[in-house]
Design a binder for this molecule. Structure first.
Ligand SMILES: [Zn+2]
Ligand SMILES: [Zn+2]
Length: 375
């Protein structure tokens, strides 16, 4: 964490760069380091892309940029959580669509010969978990139907033993030149070959299992690690776990969207939880030690003499952990003093006596007292 990148350096812009300049720099770098372009150093370019993405996510957001300018990485970690968890939590990252437009499609490929199949679609999976699961973190198995690589052809789309043939329409170049007569004269333009869709090669013997697509819809089980501290709306991105790409193309991403079910006992506010504890006025007046429910069991809590209704006691560290730092919130115990109902005559008489000692006289009519004393 100590030698974190300088976001401005990563994007090659100066500190006062405008949003437009940042966007431009980002798009230029994104193309330069696109994994499809840098075949020989794929791992390196993927690493670079990650850095560029992170820098752009921060600098393109005015609020985050300001925090970064003022407090550096420290400020961002405290407020937004840092990337790099084994997987990324994107619950608060804006401008996501923008990032992916540049990387996967978005017109940057037209007119160029494509070397790989089309990328698969991104998928979304809504996952409901309990508050206890959100507090402790949990591994979940997701069952979903998605496009997966064909097992017969291993995603190539080719019938086993055959190979691709050169596209006769574009003679393997992946593009064709079109001429058009306009009022300004003859105009020539280069477009993607419609026959091979820019690949330069076509399948003449498609795999019988997948019909040459290299992928098939089937039931899949994907395991996902839910980190402790997630909340409703948290988004966990699993790279490549979405739909398989066309004919061996890169897989799309899978986004797991978290919904934390409301709890019957606890109310969550950020990383703190609140619980109402009903208590007799006898306990509240004389003080007591009570058992309070917690997310991971229960805890003893001493209530002092003369506790009022609404009084709040804090159990430190008994809330939920923060996703990025693991620092735990607190549990707030709110005392609700309950007025006794359904008292016996004996108890009512004792209360009257008690009231008298406090100088309290009740203004009931005579019938009330007659009934009480059995007259
Ligand atoms: Zn196949
Ligand atoms: Zn062609």
């Amino acid at each position: 964490m100590s030698n974190k990148q300088d976001y401005y350096e990563t994007l090659g812009v100066h500190k006062g760069a405008s949003v437009e300049e940042i966007k431009k720099a980002y798009r230029r770098l994104a193309r330069q380091y696109h994994p499809d372009v840098n075949h020989d150093s794929r791992a390196e370019s993927e690493e670079k892309i990650k850095e560029i993405n992170e820098a752009y996510a921060i600098l393109s957001d005015p609020e985050k940029r300001q925090v970064y300018d003022q407090y550096g990485h420290q400020g961002l970690n405290g407020r937004y959580g840092g990337p790099g968890f084994g997987f990324d939590i994107f619950s608060d990252l804006g401008g996501f669509g923008d990032i992916f437009d540049v990387f996967f499609g978005g017109g940057t490929r037209t007119g160029r010969k494509r070397s790989a199949g089309e990328r698969g679609d991104d998928l979304r999976f809504d996952l409901e978990i309990t508050l206890e699961e959100a507090a402790a973190g949990i591994e979940k198995e997701l069952r979903l139907s998605k496009l997966s690589a064909c097992e017969s052809c291993h995603g190539s789309g080719l019938r086993p033993g055959t190979s691709m043939s050169e596209c006769s329409y574009c003679h393997g170049t992946g593009q064709i030149t079109q001429s058009q007569q306009t009022i300004l004269g003859r105009m020539q333009s280069v477009v993607t070959c419609p026959s091979c869709r820019g690949e330069g090669q076509i399948i003449t013997d498609p795999c019988l299992n997948c019909g040459g697509q290299g992928r098939l819809r089937m039931a899949s089980t994907i395991s996902v690690e839910i980190p402790a501290g997630v909340e409703t709306g948290s988004r966990i991105g699993l790279r490549g776990a979405g739909d398989a790409g066309l004919r061996g193309g890169p897989g799309g991403d899978l986004y797991v969207i978290i919904r934390v079910k409301p709890h019957k006992t606890f109310e969550r506010r950020g990383n703190d939880i609140f619980v109402d504890i009903p208590m007799s006025f006898v306990q509240a007046a004389l003080g007591d030690t009570i058992e309070v429910p917690c997310l991971d069991g229960s805890e003893k809590l001493h209530i002092p003499e003369g506790t009022q209704t609404g009084a709040t006691f804090k159990l430190r560290g008994k809330g939920l952990p923060a996703v990025n730092s693991g620092a735990r919130g607190d549990e707030h115990v709110v005392i609700r003093v309950a007025t006794p109902s359904k008292l016996t005559n004996e108890q009512k008489k004792m209360l009257l006596e008690f009231g008298k000692s406090m100088g309290i006289e009740l203004n009931h009519d005579k019938g009330f007292f007659d009934k009480l004393w059995g007259k």
